[in-house]
Design a protein around this ligand. Sequence first.
Ligand SMILES: Cc1ncc(COP(=O)(O)O)c(C=O)c1O
Length: 407
Amino acid sequence: MNYEAALSTAIQRLHDEGRYRTFIDIERTRGQFPDAVWNRPDGGKAPVTVWCGNDYLGMGQHPVVLNAMHEALDATGAGSGGTRNISGTTVYHKALEAELADLHRKEAALLFTSAYIANDATLSTLPKLFPGLIIYSDALNHASMIEGVRRNGGQKRIFRHNDVAHLRELLEADDADAPKLIAFESIYSMDGDFGPIEAFCDLALEFNALTYIDEVHAVGMYGPRGAGVAERDGLMGRIDIINGTLAKAYGVMGGYIAASDRMCDAVRSYAPGFIFTTSLPPAIAAGAAASVRHLKTDQALRDSQQTQAKILKLRLKGLGLPIIDHGSHIVPLMVGDPKHTKMMSDMLLEQFGIYVQPINFPTVPRGTERLRFTPSPVHGPREMDRLVAALDNLWAHCALNRAEMAG
Ligand SMILES: Cc1ncc(COP(=O)(O)O)c(C=O)c1O
């Protein structure tokens, strides 16, 4: 085989479909979020405002987080030096797990290097713990859940996105005695819509199934202590396994599950993705713990993010731009074509100093390509005005429709 030619063909296919990904090289500047510097491909530098980051609350530059990281770094050095089993468990890891268990009012929490790994490792391990397990997985679940469910050697059923009736049908069709798990997200990050958590919990109760929720796009931001949508809705106690990230609203890195003592102990003992990898650096664990602790009480920051999202949505709707609005903090602007989406993103960057990454297949279905904005407390009125004016201008320039999509 001509390996180089095969690689070129694969890459060319992406170019032809307009979904070849180019990474924008930016330098974020502490204290100046969301402003950053773009290192242009021609070697120049240009100021940009980041509108597509998932550091949803600006915690990546919060003094509480940075101080904790500096202290831990000075106290313990850079890396953890080992897997959790072999010298890589420190007071920082233990403290973070305790903070997360408390956050979710669970007996325990288990730390992973990312929420991707937490999903993949946990979901692929559960069939070892519950032989014959059937996993019912929402059709729009994140790639990390899909990978975990696919690799488990167990059975899977995919229900239509957020479709409670379809899930019921699938549950009814299976052996009543088979162990079951329902896996879903609280907020789907590309549309910003919410999962019907209560209805899924009711089905789980009726069919004696476990519940698994990914709250990656909700932790820190929803609920009175930032534990997520399940907390906001008073449903946290009905979820068996909660998955979250420390890399988005918490502004650092890492992922976790929170569950019963026994569940965490079993996953800890059986999941290769937990066992055979170096643990997070202590400074990361310290920063994440400080962030989680801080956001248990900083309701003002949460409120400010919601206000920013509402303002942006109102203003874009006022211009007749086709945004999706499910009442969450995510603002998707539908373009519906990969080439147009990329072109708009390029023009925003080049002409207006606005950085928003185009979102294409396979992250979203073909024909629903979009620009996804993430307004946050660090985006001020000046940034908002510039964004709205730029979009108005570009929409006219590209002669795109202004009919509003249903939310
Ligand atoms: C729904 C969902 N789950 C899990 C992840 C993975 O999180 P992490 O970045 O911590 O790996 C992401 C995105 O990155 C996500 O969108």
